[in-house]
Design a protein around this ligand. Structure first.
Ligand SMILES: CNc1ncnc2c1ncn2[C@@H]1O[C@H](COP(=O)(O)O)[C@@H](O)[C@H]1O
Length: 333
């Protein structure tokens, strides 16, 4: 089966984590030539073929390196356009990209300007290409309650320009998610869609945290790894949409074992729709077409089941009905 040609939906992709290291290298070369950076070459910092980032080494990669390189309008625009082009050339037909609003004082970039820059790339892309893109804004677990509310306000401000929902992400080892109740309550009452990183690591999988997150009424949940039985029952009862990321979980050793041991095998027997997703293709190196190939190989899925899996993401997109209709027409049966 040609997994690249298979029309696919990507619902869990972090913008900064989706930038290929070759793209980062191109940004670095330009900055190096103009004396704007003293950072190490991305191809040395993140050697080609190195994907074994774990949760301890993964998060600092952003705060200490990628953000320091993607720190002006030109780098943001260049890398965002490259990420969009990469997903399109992999056969993605609908993408929900997510990003954490970030201010960059050294370049006089406010969170507003950051979002406007990304939205401008997306809207130009949407007019020119078949792949349609919407944006999700992320709250980072390290944020305080006021920052979380400001993410909701930004999402509302830019809703008419393609912001469709809110995400909760960031290092699962840090933060107290109970402080985000007012933010999620506001998002919900304003009709924004909600997706949440859920039971991603043992530390973030206490009963207390998971039941609290379910109280925020997410429309989808991501990763869904260390889930106690009672919580699983509730997820299945709600038929929540699941964003499952195979290679990321294997490379980062977030699961025990390897591809065939992934919890995809358990969830696929439930009525929860699944959106197979890449998470951070720039870091973990596995494109969405490769994720489908891995699933087919390790779970013995044939063409019909793979097409059904790809289509099962349609109903859990945060897209409008017109876009869902388009997807039902173009996605393989
Ligand atoms: C293991 N998977 C993951 N779990 C939790 N959070 C993740 C993540 N992968 C990425 N991020 C979150 O996304 C940010 C980078 O993209 P943006 O700057 O927002 O575009 C990271 O800093 C982290 O907070």
């Amino acid at each position: 089966m040609d997994f690249k040609a298979l029309p696919k939906i990507e619902l869990h992709a972090h913008l900064s984590g989706s930038i290929r290291r070759e793209t980062l290298h191109e940004v670095w070369v330009r900055k190096k030539e103009s004396g704007e950076t003293s950072l190490e070459d991305p191809l040395i910092e993140m050697p080609v073929g190195k994907f074994d980032y774990n949760l301890e080494t993964f998060f600092p990669l952003f705060s200490k390196y990628i953000y320091a390189l993607c720190n002006d309008i030109s780098a943001l625009t260049y890398t965002t356009n490259a990420v969009l082009a990469d997903f399109q050339s992999d056969g993605v037909v609908y993408l929900e990209l997510r990003t954490t609003p970030r201010e960059i004082p050294s370049a006089k970039i406010t969170k507003d300007i950051y979002i406007q820059t990304i939205i401008s790339c997306i809207s130009t892309f949407n007019t020119l290409h078949n792949m349609k893109v919407n944006l999700i804004l992320s709250i980072d677990r390290r944020n305080d309650a006021a920052t979380a509310i400001s993410v909701i306000d930004l999402a509302l401000k830019y809703r008419s320009q393609g912001v469709v929902g809110i995400d909760l992400c960031g290092d699962p080892a840090v933060g107290d998610i109970s402080i985000f109740q007012p933010a999620f309550s506001k998002a919900k009452s304003e009709g924004l869609k909600i997706t949440i990183h859920f039971a991603e690591a043992v530390q973030s999988s206490t009963d207390k945290e998971l039941w609290r997150l379910l109280e925020y009424c997410p429309d989808r949940i991501g990763h869904v790894i260390h889930v106690p039985d009672k919580v699983k029952e509730e997820i299945v009862r709600r038929k929540l949409g699941l964003e499952l990321c195979l290679s990321c979980n294997v490379h980062a050793k977030m699961i025990t074992g390897t591809y065939g041991d992934h919890h995809f095998g358990w969830w696929k027997e439930t009525e929860c729709p699944i959106a197979l997703s890449t998470d951070d293709v720039g870091v973990f190196g596995s494109t969405l077409s490769n994720e489908y190939a891995l699933i087919a190989e390790h779970f013995g899925l044939g063409r019909k089941e793979i097409c059904e899996l790809a289509r099962s993401a349609i109903d859990i997109t945060f897209a409008d009905e017109e876009e869902k209709r388009r997807l039902r027409e173009i996605m393989w049966v």
